[in-house]
Design a protein around this ligand. Structure first.
Ligand SMILES: [Zn+2]
Length: 445
């Protein structure tokens, strides 16, 4: 539950007050809003406690810069957005009557390995996403199949996006509901483990970017503020030490605390602080021996077990397990890998302007919002990256070629040495600045 989250509790000044939540409840119980309240209780609440949802919607309203009595109206708008999205995407029937056949399901799991895999030491359900193992060729086929599903069913989103949202619906309606009952408290927050091992340039793909952008946009309305924390495992050095420190400056301080970037040599130790060994897959340093972990082929984890029990998979053909572990030869830690990794998460970030807004006095004033940027991802930026990468490569070659040689006393050579190094430094700075700028564009889109 939001107000009991150990990370959020470190920043009580950003939490909605009891009075603001009570006002929201009072507003929703008025006759003219009775339908909204019924919908909330029937389809939106998690763990049988409508007030837990109100805390999350009030949190969103506070992030919009609202305080005091204005929070109730803001939370009401967030609820309306959520319900409109649920209607538009037919979420109420998606979990059990979705438009996906067995071939589409197989294609999804072949392309996007993920798993709902137990709980952490604090009781949060764990979601493992192996972004570094995303099969881009399979993903492009999935995206094309998703377009066909979308067209056939007159959907507003690609079928692959809808499949992801269905998995989130399973998380809230099944996993969180069961854990809430089992733990005797509202469990409506998750621990995300994002494994970037194997991430490479191939993941910088238009279909992958479209998928992530759409998922981020829809999830923000449908499942606001359900992430307890995200551990980014096997993070490339440039992402963890170069890009993330820049990007985080523009994010809400609570969001900054939610993300941890862990390099390969410290993954096991850091994850075991959060998760018991038997709940952690071997490829992340744990000792789980479930069939999925043994095969290394992530196919939804407990969602697949649930679907089998519910009879959804009875007609689906068994698929030969294909290890989704990344090929060692492809485990490059390139700059472009950092770009891909960063973009995967940036869509989930609350905006920095939201943080500033919460510092306003509790008098209902609305803070000035940072205007949304309408700049789209363009070919110019791609060209910049291409050129910059070439500059780095050529600079590296030039620099390396000088190493075996004695340092020349020739002025021109000395000048060249110095210039090359400075060009290299400037190129790296330019690339990092370009990455940060692009990430910010995604955040504000
Ligand atoms: Zn396992």
């Amino acid at each position: 539950m939001l107000r009991h989250d150990p990370i959020v509790r470190q920043y009580p000044q950003y939490l909605p007050s009891q009075d603001e939540v009570a006002s929201t409840r009072k507003l929703l119980l008025q006759t003219e809003n009775s339908k909204l309240w019924d919908e909330l209780c029937q389809h939106v609440q998690i763990g049988g406690d409508p007030d837990a949802v109100l805390w999350r919607f009030c949190w969103q309203a506070r992030q919009d810069g609202l305080c005091g009595h204005a929070v109730a109206q803001g939370a009401l708008e967030w609820l309306k957005n959520c319900l409109q999205a649920r209607t538009r995407l037919r979420m109420d029937s998606l979990l059990r009557e979705g438009p996906f056949n067995s071939e589409f399901r197989e294609l999804y799991f072949a392309a996007v390995p993920f798993s709902f895999h137990g709980i952490d030491r604090q009781g949060h359900p764990i979601v493992i996403n192996r972004y570094g193992s995303v099969d881009v060729a399979a993903f492009e086929r999935l995206w094309a199949a998703g377009e066909a599903v979308s067209e056939r069913n007159k959907l507003e989103v690609n079928g692959a996006v809808l499949f992801h949202l269905r998995a989130m619906e399973y998380l809230t309606k099944v996993v969180m509901a069961e854990e809430s009952e089992r733990q005797g408290r509202v469990v409506d927050r998750i621990l995300v483990i994002a494994d970037l091992d194997g991430l490479g340039m191939r993941h910088w793909n238009p279909a992958v970017k479209s998928f992530l952008k759409s998922v981020s946009q829809e999830s923000r309305n449908l499942f606001p503020e359900t992430m307890h924390a995200t551990m980014v495992a096997n993070a490339p050095w440039l992402l963890a030490k170069g890009v993330w420190p820049i990007v985080k400056m523009f994010l809400h301080v609570v969001t900054q605390d939610k993300f941890s970037f862990v390099s390969a040599h410290e993954v096991q130790a850091r994850l075991l602080e959060l998760v018991q060994s038997e709940s952690l897959p071997p490829y992340l340093g744990g000792s789980c021996r479930c069939a999925e972990c043994q095969s290394g082929n992530l196919r939804g984890g407990s969602m697949q077990t649930w679907e089998k029990a519910e009879g959804f998979l009875s007609a689906a053909p068994e698929r030969e397990a294909k290890p989704c572990l990344p090929a060692p030869a492809e485990r490059s830690r390139t700059l472009m890998a950092s770009l891909s990794a960063a973009e995967i998460f940036c869509g989930c970030f609350p905006r920095r302007s939201e943080q500033a807004a919460t510092s306003l006095e509790a008098n209902g004033r609305k803070s000035p919002r940072t205007p949304r940027k309408t700049v789209t991802w363009g070919s110019n930026l791609e060209d910049v990256r291409h050129i910059s990468s070439e500059a780095v490569v050529s600079g590296r070659i030039a620099y390396a070629s000088q190493q075996p040689r004695q340092r020349s006393t020739d002025d021109s050579t000395t000048w060249w040495d110095s210039t090359t190094r400075w060009l290299l430094v400037l190129a790296v700075i330019a690339i990092i600045a370009a990455v940060a700028a692009e990430l910010l564009l995604v955040i504000y889109l």
